[in-house]
Design a binder for this molecule. Structure first.
Ligand code: NDP
Length: 235
């Protein structure tokens, strides 16, 4: 921590919500480490002035190598944004167990492993912030979202469990739970007007969100302005 500027890790920074978060944090002067699943994504992060990594959260080998790299070269990360995630649009009966494991591994187990790896340094420094990008689907049950919803529910409980253990070390852990945002994931789930119309009808604002509106909250939860907020899942 230096003049309010930090070294921040954003997973899934190559596109969508994570890209907006990473760019906004960079604009504020922070050093941003971003991850992508491809070399092209990693290169585009480097071209945008970030430290780019290739990472597949669904691969324990990839996570292990990534965490080793962080421990060797970036042990001073003080803010973690667990943003990367996948969705799976299948009913309870048609969800294949391999797909179930993939969603749970990517959306829940990987954020757990990364947070667990970075926390000891934050504990030592008596300062840190973790923001988990969850979803409205963590609380609101939707058809054909079983694995996704369960993974995001787990993320909210992880937020609380980490809060119970780490708040005493001045580490704030919170979740952000967006409604639909029209990224490629939003498009996949809600691009069809037949699906989006009933969903829009349930949203009081009558519209979907913009990535920048999610990034604004993440910026707040990454700043000292939110030092007295912990264990929350903000919808
Ligand atoms: P996008 O599909 O646009 O982007 C997903 C990001 O996650 C990409 O950067 C992608 O990397 C990365 N990613 C996907 N799979 C893996 C993997 N196996 N390992 C590492 N990284 C991976 O999604 P959004 O921007 O919409 O979603 C961002 C977060 O917001 C997710 O956690 C999502 O669940 C959550 N969210 C999204 C909502 C929406 O309506 N869009 C609503 C509520 C929550 P790459 O570019 O290399 O593929």
């Amino acid at each position: 921590m230096n003049n309010g500027l930090h070294k921040i890790l954003v997973t899934g920074a190559s596109r969508g919500i994570g890209h907006e978060i990473a760019l906004d944090l960079k604009k504020q002067g922070h050093i941003v480490l971003g991850t992508a699943t491809s070399d092209t994504g990693k290169d585009s992060l480097l071209n945008e002035g970030m430290v780019g990594f290739k990472l597949d959260l669904n691969s324990s080998d990839s996570i292990e190598a990534f965490l080793k790299d962080l421990n060797d070269n970036h042990s001073d990360i003080s803010i973690l944004i667990n943003n990367a995630g996948v969705t799976l649009l299948d009913s309870v009966l048609s969800t294949d167990i391999e797909d179930w494991y993939k969603v749970l591994a990517t959306n829940l187990s990987a954020p757990f492993m990364i947070a667990k790896n970075l926390a000891p340094k934050m504990i030592e420094q008596r300062s840190g912030k973790i923001v988990n990008i969850s979803s409205l689907a963590s609380e609101y049950a939707l058809e054909n979202h079983i694995a996704y919803s369960v993974s995001k529910s787990g993320l909210n409980m992880m937020t609380k469990a980490m809060t119970a253990e780490w708040t005493r070390y001045n580490i704030q852990v919170n979740s952000v739970c967006p409604t639909v945002v029209m990224t490629s994931m939003g498009e996949l789930a809600w691009g069809d007007p037949e699906k989006s119309a009933p969903m829009l009808a349930k949203i009081p604002l009558g519209r979907f969100g913009q990535p920048t509106e999610i990034a604004d909250l993440v910026l707040f939860l990454s700043s000292n302005a939110s030092d007295f907020i912990c264990g929350q899942s903000i919808f």
